[in-house]
Design a protein around this ligand. Structure first.
Ligand code: 5GP
Length: 188
């Protein structure tokens, strides 16, 4: 997606440890017009798939996911990064975050992820694929089906996307970072 790529090159900052900072439009301040374009680009790529629900993970996946929900007129549910007070009726799973270097428990209510659901998982970044693995596991626990996964930005050099594609998942990325160097961003 050309507009997104231009924005990453203009406003993105390459940080040590393979981290891309895009706080001015995706991870802190949000640009609703760009977010709507992102949603439309996802919707075009997802056209024809039997999706009835959008699943994301808090916090930064929510903005693109809810815009996509609006465009596709589908409900959006976000996986919470906390342990529910009672485990009754919840699916949980541990996910490692390499940007924060910690493991946290994510949860989703069985009310909002069911065997009838055919979902697309939307997130801001795809790096090693740990968040995606968490979602795959929650969907397996609930008996729901993953039709596709859509990421605003994929960092190809961290390998998560290749592994997921090899396993047969339909992985969509709107911008792909080939490599990050100090002060430089190389996009595909
Ligand atoms: P993964 O689980 O694929 O290893 O990493 C994806 C998750 O980590 C995303 O939900 C995102 O919040 C965070 N993340 C990974 N890499 C980056 C990055 O370069 N920049 C930012 N802002 N977040 C990242």
């Amino acid at each position: 997606m050309e507009k997104l790529k231009q924005r990453i090159l203009q406003a993105g900052k390459s940080l040590p440890g393979g981290i891309l900072k895009v706080d001015s439009f995706l991870n802190h301040q949000l640009d609703p017009n760009l977010m709507m374009d992102i949603a439309r680009a996802f919707a075009t790529k997802l056209d024809g798939k039997p999706i009835n629900k959008i699943v994301t993970i808090e916090a930064s996946g929510i903005a693109p996911a809810v815009m996509l929900g609006y465009v596709m007129q589908l409900p959006v549910v976000f996986v919470k990064k906390k342990v529910p007070k009672t485990l009754d009726n919840f699916y949980i799973r541990d996910v490692h975050s390499f940007t924060k270097d910690r493991t946290y428990t994510v949860s989703i209510s069985a009310d909002y992820l069911t065997p009838e659901d055919h979902i697309v998982f939307i997130d801001d970044f795809l790096a090693y694929g740990n968040a995606a693995r968490g979602i795959i596991d929650l969907c397996a626990q609930s008996g729901s089906t993953i039709e596709a996964m859509g990421f605003v930005i994929e960092k190809a050099f961290q390998g998560g996307g290749d592994e997921l594609r090899k396993e047969g998942y339909d992985v969509i990325s709107l911008a792909t970072v080939e490599r990050l160097e100090e002060g430089k961003i190389y996009l595909k």
